[in-house]
Design a protein around this ligand. Structure first.
Ligand code: KIV
Length: 276
């Protein structure tokens, strides 16, 4: 099977093939997604909420991202692995941005990084690309700006906001990103943006006309119950399956039904006799 690379993103758009992406944060999940043939895995800073239990993504550090990205890349053979740049890892200076993104590639084996924002981060994106680090953009609802946005809200509903997002998509394309995540924007705006640029858009809460889709794995598997956004489709209820399995396990321990003979190791009688 051919590897899905950052250049496959643009090729897929040209060929009219939709791109599939999910988040993952650990080795065994990443291996399953890769074996299922998923095109791309995002080690999102959403791990702050769904793995580490924070209320927002703002507490996630570069070291957290590297730790989880390393686990994911060990499990992946084909998919393109993109590591999120966490809050403040690309805001201070171009030099710090390159150093932090460089660690995602050099230490954690990611194929690319993603960072949030439009015109205000173009200088960082250009510097990363000059340093040979492929970049994915992220526009619309950018959760690292939650305090500026006044909450997790749909973006681009009015003319001035919509204009800014459309212009930013073009600026990011000019800066050299290979793809852009569009999060929580009206479907018709996402369609217009997707038609206005040559690089693929990956939607999350942005309708079916994006060039690809991404969801947080815990959401689509029904494993995260703190909050479920409107755009999430639950493909199964793994949370319920886990709870059922765990209560059966507890019951069987209490009733002496687990472990059974097949789960135990033997010792020769003559060895045992010597111990008495
Ligand atoms: O952190 C994340 O998981 C993301 C996706 C929601 C796109 O940025």
């Amino acid at each position: 099977m051919n590897k899905f690379t950052t250049t496959s993103f643009i090729k897929s758009k040209k060929e009219g093939k939709k791109i599939s992406m999910l988040t993952a944060y650990d080795y065994s999940t990443a291996k399953l997604l890769d074996e299922a043939g998923l095109d791309s895995i995002l080690v999102g800073d959403s791990l702050g909420m769904v793995i580490l239990g924070y209320e927002k993504t703002l507490q996630v550090t570069v070291d957290d991202m590297i730790h989880h990205t390393k686990a994911v890349t060990r499990g992946v053979k084909r998919a393109c692995v993109i590591a999120d740049m966490p809050f403040l890892s690309y805001h201070i200076s171009v030099e710090e941005t390159i150093r932090n993104a460089g660690r995602m590639i050099q230490e954690a084996n990611a194929h690319a990084v993603k960072l949030e924002g439009g015109r205000e981060v173009v200088d960082k994106i250009e510097a990363l690309i000059k340093a040979q680090i492929p970049v994915m953009g992220h526009l619309g609802l950018t959760p690292q700006s939650v305090n500026m946005m006044g909450g997790f809200k749909v973006q681009g509903k009015d003319e001035s906001q919509a204009k800014i997002i459309l212009e930013d998509a073009k600026l990011l394309q000019e800066a050299g990103v290979f793809s852009i995540v569009l999060e929580c924007v009206p479907a018709k705006l996402a369609k217009l943006i997707s038609e206005s640029i040559d690089i693929p858009t990956i939607g999350i809460g942005a309708g079916k006309d994006c060039d690809g889709q991404v969801l947080v794995i815990q959401d689509m598997l029904g494993m995260y119950s703190d909050f479920t956004p409107k755009f999430v489709k639950k493909y199964c209820e793994v949370g319920l399956v886990i709870k059922e399995a765990v209560s059966k396990y507890k019951e069987e321990i209490q009733e002496g039904l687990f472990p059974e003979e097949v789960h135990t190791f033997k010792i020769k009688e003559e060895v045992l006799e010597k111990l008495y």
